[in-house]
Write a protein that binds this ligand. Sequence first.
Ligand code: GLY
Ligand code: MN
Ligand code: MN
Length: 455
Amino acid sequence: MSSYLSSEYYSNRIKQARKKMAPDSAMVLFSSGKKERNSGVHYSYRTNSDILYLTGINTPEFAIYIDSKEGTHIFLSESNAEKTRWEGRGVTFENISKNINIDIEKNIHPYEKIWAKLKELLKNKETVYFSLGKDGQIDVKITETINNIKNNLKKGDFAPTRIIHPQEILHEMRIIKTPEEIKLMKKAAEISAKAHENLIKYCRENVNKKELFEFELKSYIEWEFSKNALTSLAYPSIIAAGNNATVLHYTNLTSKVSAQDLVLVDAGCEYEGYASDISRTFPAGGKFTEAQKILYEIVLTAQKKAFEKCYINNTLDGIHDAALNTIVDGLFELGFFKKFLFIKNEKTEMKSSSSKEEIIKKEYYKTYYMHNTSHYLGLDVHDAGSRYINHKPRPLENGMVFTIEPGIYMPHEYDFLPEEFRGIGIRIEDDVIMQNGKHEIITHEAPKEISDLEV
Ligand code: GLY
Ligand code: MN
Ligand code: MN
């Protein structure tokens, strides 16, 4: 049974969502399906974050119906004796009724009854909030149910004519975190930051003593995530030594780590549904080479400049610009735009530029820094909610949580670069909360100053 916050909390959230719904409407949300990994084995289950947001219930074959006027219905497939023997008791009607303050007799139904019940409930609703396109089988059943209503109308009754994605309501709500959510996010951040700190020490102590592989560092940090709390991974851990760090989503993890490598670790735990997202890059043996240090200092300065831009009414785009300008300045001074490979639309071309304006305008910087600086963080690592309102960047507000993660990547294949700079990938990533008009870095315990990474 997994429910993370109080029943008042979820009931209140459902109430708030209801207030934002159109008149004569209903919202229907389904939990994610179980996915088979291979014969008789399933991927570890995690429901979608909209369901978690409204109910805290993490189980398949579960749905919630919210009426714009009044009334919430839950549909749940309860365990039978045989299933219980194999899988345990699972979520029960009693659990749900405690979790979201709902009447078992009137408002909780067996999952098998959902389509018949929806046929009743959706009659005389104009609008249905439903995530069309997520699950083909459920899409078909919803449209069949609406058609069924349409084909059996009595005089004066009507069937839904509009389907709206619930993200219009829920993803907007999810951008601003409540104090209860922030508490959980801080705990996730704290666990992950400590794990990064310990991993850096472990790597430094062992890299010269024995053969150390990326997969061992992965096991180590993931053990750290779970040794004192029940956590899962917010995303697959990236542990990349040397040139592997220039692959943004590196997950191979088979390379041996050498003392002179920089190791990029992008890993974060999920605690009670909430993600953390931290990247650290450190010299495996505790000593930067000159070239590694030069690039590292640029990225660290870029991150600090970005933090300075974390204030109310600035925007994630404003934060990105600060980090980007610092990286472009640094690389420009080093002469890295005199000759560089420009990759665009799968075409590559050697270029040269002597103008920082041109480098920014034509996006030449993407040779070295190809991703954005920030994304929202919450129940999803790349959390819900639009960064733009009416095509304009959305102002920062109290309660927003996001990452700041500048980087520089110089793959070994960049043979136009001086040898000592090739095969280096650096990203430094922290999680930030806007609170009381200020920003708070909640992952600061993971070391990143050069003096803390060197011995
Ligand atoms: N770890 C995923 C990201 O940094 O966006
Ligand atoms: Mn991130
Ligand atoms: Mn990350």
